[in-house]
Write a protein that binds this ligand. Structure first.
Ligand code: F3S
Length: 108
């Protein structure tokens, strides 16, 4: 599978969803995740993300490995819905895109 990591939090640019051939992105209040049951590892979303939030599972950085499980959990969590069309990024995306340690900002 592919994994959306911390950089997405409070940004949610959504360029990724437009290119996904299997519509495997799920949307929460301030982040997207990938449903590992649907992802076919095509990797086309990776270069679409303007903040490089998406990795193949085997390439997820060591400090981001918790996100592999989080993507799996949240993709089936109540309220997390399929998103297949790009929409405007969150209003403060530019301000948050270079911040680190955003896991505590994640709204589930
Ligand atoms: Fe998030 Fe990047 Fe997609 S910021 S919504 S993974 S384009």
């Amino acid at each position: 599978t592919h994994v959306v990591t911390e950089t997405c939090i409070r940004c949610k640019y959504t360029d990724c969803v437009d290119v996904c051939p299997v519509d495997c992105f799920r949307e929460g209040p301030n982040m997207l995740v990938i449903d590992p049951d649907e992802c076919i590892d095509c990797a086309v979303c990776i270069p679409e993300c303007p903040v490089n939030a998406i990795y193949a599972e085997e390439d997820v950085p060591a400090d981001q490995v918790a996100f592999t499980k989080l993507n799996a959990q949240l993709s089936h969590a109540p309220g997390w819905k399929s998103i297949t069309k790009r929409k405007p990024a969150l209003p403060d995306a530019e301000e948050w895109k270079d911040r680190k340690d955003k896991l505590k900002e994640l709204v589930k």
